[in-house]
Structures are given as structure tokens and as C-alpha cells.
Design a protein around this ligand. Structure first.
Ligand SMILES: Nc1ncnc2c1ncn2[C@@H]1O[C@H](COP(=O)(O)OP(=O)(O)OP(=O)(O)O)[C@@H](O)[C@H]1O
Ligand SMILES: [Mg+2]
Length: 264
């Protein structure tokens, strides 16, 4: 897939620059599909930094961060995890959805992200690994309403003193972003799809609907228009049908909104 260039509409890159220069770790907070991962990739690219990523989930273990003992031909060795590796390399470490991990996993991060920026490999030799000077860490968290997310322990939160909030962009900017991914000139239909997405986002925000569409959906809507799907049909496919999983009443609510915006 082509990687469209990142549109830094809320000036996050200059803030990340300053955090990087000051050696302050950064946290990006925002709902799904608002461009958090794309922002981090863009920033790493601009810095020419190698990016090591860990995508946290309930299944993430300490060993993913620190490493695991392996036995090959009777010799025990230690395969270092991404946290240790990135500290040694001085690369950029991206901790994605850090608030979906278990608390015990996060405990080991406290140690490394402390001002001393070092970690003791008590799992292997006990060696103390010091991070290279240019080591930089960016984490993302999804808002707490997101299923499976937990509150980040305050002492870990305090290790990311630069916080960037990334929300859904204003409609004009979302149009500009979507247009990076489509080839046809279709502004008025694209605008209508973005408007629909925002109507659904607002309804989800006040818990009138169970699901809030992201930029992925507005981009998908644009791509279907490119493939000559009619705006109404694309709206039903991308925005409408998903609500059927919460039953007919939910589905009907959204169908009515789509019909009012796109006709019968
Ligand atoms: N400012 C932007 N400029 C260009 N493309 C963008 C921008 N924001 C979002 N996108 C595009 O929208 C899609 C979703 O973005 P991305 O994956 O970065 O979001 P995310 O916040 O990391 O989502 P999640 O929370 O689900 O991981 C991607 O295709 C991305 O390229
Ligand atoms: Mg992401």
C-alpha cells in the first residue's frame, strides 16, 4: 500500500522535536484511527531514527521488553527484548497502546524510563544496561472508554511529561487527509461522507451509538468512491452495516441518518 505523507494539522511534530531535544519522553493520547501511529512513523523518519515498536496487549509479557533465555546446543543465551535493544542502540522506541498491558509488565518500564535511563538485567547476568544518549521513547494510549484499556499507573504516566492529544480533525482537514489517499476529484461526496462520520462520532461520544468511525473509515469511503461505488452504497458499506452487530434498532438509527444525508 502507498504510504501517504503525514499531514501535521495540529503541529505535533514541532512539539515532538522539542521533547526529543530536551530528552523528555512523549505520550500521544487519542481515539483509534486519529493518526497516532502515522505521526510517530513520520517523526522517526524525519529524525532518521530507527524505530522499534511494541504493540501492547493483555498478552504482552515482561520477556517481550527485557528478553528470554534460550537454550541452543546446550548453551544458555539471552535474547534481549526490544526495550533493552533500543536502549543499547539509542533508537526510537514506540510503545503502542501502552495502557492495554498488565500492571506487572509496566513495572519494568518504570525502571528503564527513570531519569537514570538504565535497567538491570536480573533475568540474565545482572548487567546494568545504560541507554545511549539519543534514546527516545514515545507511547500512545487510547482513551479509557476504549475496551480493554486501563488507567496508566501515575508513576508511569509521570515519565512521559510531554503529552499530545490527537482528536479527529476538523472536517476541512479530514477532507485534505482523505484526498491524499484517493485519486478522483470528488470533494462534495467526500465532504458528505466526512460529515456522516462526524455525526456518528458525536452520537457515539454521548453514548447514543456503540461505535465511532475513524479516519480509516473516511479514507475507505473515499477509496470506494474511486472504484465507482455510489456515495449512498459506500456509506452503507463503510459506515452503516457495522452497526448491525448491535441489533436492528442500532442499525436502523444509522440507516435513517444515511438516508437523510444521501437519499433513498
Ligand atoms: N494527519 C494525517 N495525515 C495523513 N494520513 C493520516 C493522518 N491521520 C491519519 N491518517 C491515516 O489514517 C489512518 C489511521 O491512522 P493511524 O493508524 O496512524 O491511527 P492510530 O491513531 O494509530 O489508530 P489506532 O489507535 O487504531 O492504532 C492511516 O491510514 C493513516 O495513514
Ligand atoms: Mg496506531
Amino acid at each position: 500500500m502507498i504510504q501517504a505523507s503525514y499531514l501535521d494539522w495540529n503541529n505535533s511534530v514541532p512539539i515532538l522535536e522539542k521533547a526529543y531535544d530536551a530528552g523528555l519522553f512523549a505520550l500521544i493520547i487519542g481515539p483509534k484511527g486519529t493518526g497516532k501511529t502515522s505521526l510517530v512513523r513520520e517523526f522517526a523518519k524525519r529524525k532518521g531514527a530507527k524505530l522499534e515498536s511494541i504493540n501492547f496487549s493483555l498478552r504482552t509479557r515482561e520477556s517481550h521488553l527485557i528478553g528470554t533465555k534460550t537454550l541452543t546446543n546446550g548453551t544458555v543465551s539471552f535474547d534481549e527484548g526490544l526495550l533493552v535493544k533500543s536502549m543499547r542502540e539509542g533508537s526510537m522506541l514506540y510503545l503502542d497502546e501502552i495502557n492495554s498491558a498488565e500492571a506487572d509488565v509496566l513495572l519494568r518500564l518504570d525502571e528503564a524510563l527513570d531519569d537514570r535511563r538504565q535497567i538491570a538485567l536480573k533475568e540474565s547476568t545482572g548487567e546494568i544496561v545504560n541507554a545511549k544518549d539519543n534514546w527516545f521513547v514515545i507511547a500512545t494510549i487510547n482513551p479509557l472508554t476504549h475496551s480493554g484499556t486501563k488507567e496508566l499507573p501515575p508513576q508511569l504516566l509521570s515519565r512521559f511529561p510531554v503529552r499530545i492529544s490527537l482528536e479527529y480533525p476538523p472536517e476541512d482537514i479530514e477532507l485534505e487527509i482523505v484526498k491524499k489517499y484517493v485519486s478522483e476529484d470528488n470533494d462534495s461526496n467526500l465532504r458528505q461522507g466526512i460529515k456522516l462520520a462526524n455525526t456518528l462520532r458525536q452520537a457515539a461520544a454521548v453514548e447514543e451509538l456503540f461505535y465511532s468511525p475513524s479516519l480509516r473509515e473516511t479514507i475507505a469511503f473515499g477509496k470506494l468512491l474511486d472504484r465507482k461505488v455510489s456515495p449512498k452504497e459506500a456509506a452503507v458499506i463503510v459506515f452503516g452495516n457495522v452497526y448491525a452487530q448491535w441489533g436492528n434498532i442500532e442499525y436502523q438509527k444509522v440507516s435513517d441518518i444515511i438516508t437523510s444525508m444521501f437519499g433513498n
